[in-house]
Design a protein around this ligand. Structure first.
Ligand code: GLV
Length: 310
C-alpha cells in the first residue's frame, strides 16, 4: 500500500512512526520524494494546497492529521467520493483535557487575580470557590468535549453542562441541544469552554448576543477554532466586565498579528494554538488501525460527514 504525506510539518518523525506502526506501507513525502500519483492509495494530510488532492486519481482514503477538518473542507475540489477520516487519538484528547482543565482551574481558583497581585506585591486572600457550585459549560460534545467533561466531573465539578447540535445524553451532564436551547445553556455557564468544530453553523456563534446571555463576569476558554468568535464582540465583553477573563488558543488569523489588541489585554491569556498538538507516534498507531480497516473492507471510525462539516 502506498501512502503520500502532505503537510507543512517535518516528515522525519512521521517516517519513523509509520515505519513502526505500518511496516507494510510505502510512504512518500510530498515535496521530498518522487511521487507517482497514480500509485498512491491513501493520503495523510494537514492543510494541503487546495486542488492537490484532486490530482491523485486512485485514492481510497484521506486522513486529516488533526481533529478539525475545516481547513481541508475549504478545498472545493476535494474528491467527495473518497472517504475522509479525522484524527481521534488518545494523546490528542488528553492534551485537550490538560489544556482546558488547566484554565478552568486557573479561573476557578483566581490564579489570574493572584498573578496580578504578585506584580503589585499585594498579599490578599480570597475565599476559595466551590467545585460543587461552579457551573462549567462545554460547547461541543464530541470526542474532545466528552473527555473534558469527564475529567472535570472527576475533579468534583458537579454543575457541568454541554451543548451540541444534536441532543446527546451523557452521564453526569446537563445536556442542551440546538439553537433553541443555546440561550438557556449559556445563561448558566460561569466558565464557558468552546470546543466546537468550525462549520457554516458555528462560524461567529460567539458574538454580542450569545455573550450577553452568559452570567455577568463569566470566563471564556477557546480551544476550538478562532472563526467561531466575533473578535470585536469578545473584546467589548472583556472590556465592559460581561466577561471577567478569557484564555484563547485559536484565532481568526493565525499567527495572531503583532498589533492585535488581544496581546495588550490584561484579562486575555494567549497561547499559540498548542492546546493539543498531533503526535506522530501516537497518531500513526490510530491511522494504521484505520488503514487496515480500509484494506479489510471495513468502514473505519471517525469518518467525516461532508454535509455537517465535521
Ligand atoms: C488542531 O487544531 C487540530 O485540529 O487537531
Amino acid at each position: 500500500m502506498n501512502l503520500v504525506f502532505i503537510s507543512p510539518d517535518d516528515a522525519t518523525p512521521w517516517r519513523k512512526a509509520l515505519r513502526r506502526h505500518l511496516p507494510e506501507a510505502d510512504l512518500f513525502v510530498w515535496g521530498e520524494d518522487e511521487v507517482d500519483k497514480d500509485t498512491i492509495n491513501y493520503a495523510l494530510v494537514w492543510k494541503p494546497e487546495p486542488g492537490l488532492l484532486a490530482t491523485f486519481a486512485n485514492l481510497k482514503g484521506i486522513f486529516n492529521l488533526g481533529a478539525g477538518v475545516d481547513a481541508l473542507l475549504q478545498d472545493v475540489s476535494l474528491p467527495k467520493a473518497v472517504p475522509l477520516v479525522r484524527l481521534v487519538d488518545p494523546l490528542l484528547s488528553s492534551g485537550m483535557v490538560e489544556y482546558v482543565v488547566h484554565w478552568v482551574l486557573h479561573f476557578h481558583r483566581d490564579m489570574h487575580v493572584y498573578a496580578r497581585q504578585q506584580r503589585e506585591r499585594n498579599w490578599a486572600q480570597h475565599a476559595n470557590a466551590n467545585t460543587k457550585k461552579r457551573r462549567v459549560g462545554i460547547l461541543g460534545l464530541g470526542e474532545l468535549g466528552q473527555n473534558v467533561a469527564h475529567a472535570l466531573l472527576m475533579l468534583g465539578f458537579e454543575n457541568i453542562s454541554g451543548w451540541s447540535r444534536t441532543a446527546k445524553e451523557l452521564p453526569g451532564l446537563n445536556s442542551f441541544a440546538g439553537d433553541d436551547q443555546l440561550e438557556a445553556f449559556l445563561s448558566q455557564c460561569d466558565i464557558l469552554v468552546n470546543l466546537l468544530p468550525l462549520t457554516k453553523a458555528t462560524r461567529g456563534i460567539i458574538n454580542k448576543a450569545s455573550l450577553s446571555h452568559l452570567p455577568s463576569g463569566a470566563y471564556f476558554i477557546n480551544a476550538g477554532r478562532g472563526p467561531t468568535i466575533i473578535d470585536d464582540d469578545l473584546i467589548a465583553a472583556l472590556n465592559d466586565g460581561q466577561l471577567n477573563a478569557a484564555a484563547l488558543d485559536v484565532f481568526n488569523e493565525e499567527p495572531l498579528s503583532n498589533d492585535h489588541l488581544y496581546w495588550t489585554m490584561d484579562n486575555v491569556f494567549i497561547t499559540p494554538h498548542i492546546a493539543s498538538l498531533t503526535t506522530p507516534m501516537s497518531s500513526s498507531e490510530v491511522i494504521a488501525e484505520a488503514l487496515r480497516d480500509f484494506e479489510d473492507g471495513n468502514t473505519p471510525d471517525n469518518l467525516v460527514d461532508l454535509n455537517q462539516g465535521y
